[in-house]
Design a protein around this ligand. Sequence first.
Ligand code: ATP
Ligand code: MG
Length: 770
Amino acid sequence: MFLDELNDAQKAPVLHKDGPLMVIAGAGSGKTRVLTYRIAHLMNQGVDAFNILSLTFTNKAAREMKKRIADIVGSGEAKNLWMGTFHSVFARLLRYDGDKLGYPSNFTIYDTQDSQRLIASIIKEMGLDKDVYKYKQIQQRISSYKNSLITVKAYFQNPELMEADAMAKRPRLGEIYRHYVDRCFKAGAMDFDDLLLRTNELLNRFPEVLHKYQERFRYILVDEYQDTNHSQYLIVRALADRFQNICVVGDDAQSIYSFRGANITNILNFQRDYDDVAVYRLEQNYRSTKNIVGAANSVIARNKNQLEKVVWTSNEEGPRIKLHRSPTDAEEGRFVASSIFEEKMRHQMPNGHFAVLYRTNSQSRAIEDALRKRDIPYRIYGGLSFYQRKEIKDVLAYLRLIVNPGDEEALKRVVNFPTRGIGQTTMDKLTVAANASGRTIFEHIENLESEPLGLNRGTRGKLSDFATMIRSFQVLNQSADAFTLAEHVAKKSGLLLEFKKDGTPEGIARMENIEELLNGIKDFVEGQKEVADAKGDLSEFLEDVALATDMDKDTGDEDRVALMTIHLAKGLEFPYVYIVGMEEDLFPSAMSMNTRSELEEERRLFYVALTRAEKQAYLTYTQNRYRWGKLIDAEPSRFIEEIEESYIENLTPVDNYRYRPLIDSDIFGDVDKSRLRQKKPVAGTPPSRTGPKPEQLRRLRKLKPDIASPKGSDTVIADLQEGTRVDHSRFGAGTVLKVEGAGNDKKAEIRFERGDVKKLLLRFAKLRVL
Ligand code: ATP
Ligand code: MG
């Protein structure tokens, strides 16, 4: 009997008869299981699947839930459940009844980019200054109005809103909003926010529709209730109003979406909104070891703003949480990859039992590189693989064009990005000419004076400027290394400026990704220095990237390490979890440390991250992180110290400061700390990749003499001979084939396990004998 798979505390909400109920409980205590089993139980009691609506945080969660229910009640019946995210469920509802609002049933859903393009064109048509009316900011503003149910009409009835936009020097925002809504409507399109806004409108304006769905959805269940926004909250309230068979489960300690308008008070007000609410609490965690539960409890206890909760587990104690420090982010990636490799071997675990969680998407690059080198398959969730992201492809397209101006796809991608006034008609003419002549488009561009192809002088000038720019990059490419060149290109092409000036979080994220790409190239160039016959030039790098994307191709093999942001990991669980980048300004994020509530949200995020782990959690941080191709001193995250000490095993003890290597502010005071916040490199001695600065060294020597070698104990250059097994910081494990030369020129030829043979100068190579 499936009910036997529940403890008594869980059984109570599952068996709860009609009427509103709420389950408030900590991570891993079985909230999602309660929801799932409650649905199965309702169906076993004769409730028709058609009468049950269940809202989950991801569609994947819905699929898994459905599968479990199908196991219990049979798959035929389970098919009839309405289950999914708010957006997917209400898009479906609007397909049936959106016609009442004038939408066709096959309405289009605009994604964010579609919305932004439309807004940009409206701004242009209205003749507004696009530097004042930035389309991405306007799109976000409109989105937040929609999520607060401020329609165009409501906007124009609210003098305060209009005044606020006028103060922000955007008095015509309301007009843009109006045009945008009209144009979407005319196009038969809804954006993401419309899916909730229009559902609300439909239920409000058409009582018969509301009645129909109230009758239909007699039982409503919501998972992750703590992260519903106002618009979602109102839909649930309207639908549940008649029968009040509403079951919500959530954990206020895991509310992590307030930046998207999620409102924690929804959970706090539940008892006020409905009569006779039954509140259930679960305390036993089934997911994690004692060490993980204890550590997570000790962290979240620091939040002032929370409901009282107890979480305990009868699971085994398990190993302590492992803390690891790396010199740089590249080495952090390498540590994670080799640790996953070791754990896999030792415990015979599939890749799918491992997850790497990070605060921001741009951190995935170093992890991806390291996993690839180790041939460990991975999958990135909720984002494109790093090299497939638009802004990265843009930079790479410029680089490809430098190496081969005949590369037509690269040319088309960037000839008018950033905008240079080279329109589609022009490109069409050039393409036609190129197809007819057998010459490349680039060759035609360079030959326009003798063969103008009917293009006017202005257009010819723009094209010629573009060609000249590419040629100038080619000249630099003769002398500069790939990093210097790529940095130059990112600036001179206008790409960086383009993303910088839009100033939205999305633009910043794109800039950060370009920064990450540059870091990767820098790393690559450094690595190539050790390779005897390599130049570290652009074509080598592009080849490396091309191979990387080749290897990334989906082989159909589903057993992969999961890489994702912590936000996406909500509700999931993995036996092994690596939380990387545990550094101040990164996690907690520099943008979220200004108020207590922001910091508490970051702490909840950390609580979510930790509580994903079943058997083992790893926390990693770096001493130095590459930003803009320069090393920045990093400070360990305050969250590390917030974990009660007894739950932690420090893999890299340094000194008698707990988990904390010396940082500049220890020596220079807070001034330097504030510079760190601005993410500028610290002035003074150029940072070395391998260890602390001289001032730090002196202090460290006093504390513990044996760790003071700036070279580190990793560098082994003697004793190499044919057959010696070695490990290289970038290329992984390998076997020495041959040693030649002497002194500074001593080289070793090594076959690496990932497939290639490299000749390394031992003077530079970071090799370790295995
Ligand atoms: P989160 O807050 O992270 O969303 P949750 O409260 O929803 O967590 P679940 O995911 O439902 O917790 O459960 C955590 C794990 O514990 C799951 O693997 C689940 O199958 C298991 N579990 C829950 N209750 C029991 C039980 N009574 N017996 C055995 N395993 C259980
Ligand atoms: Mg859950």
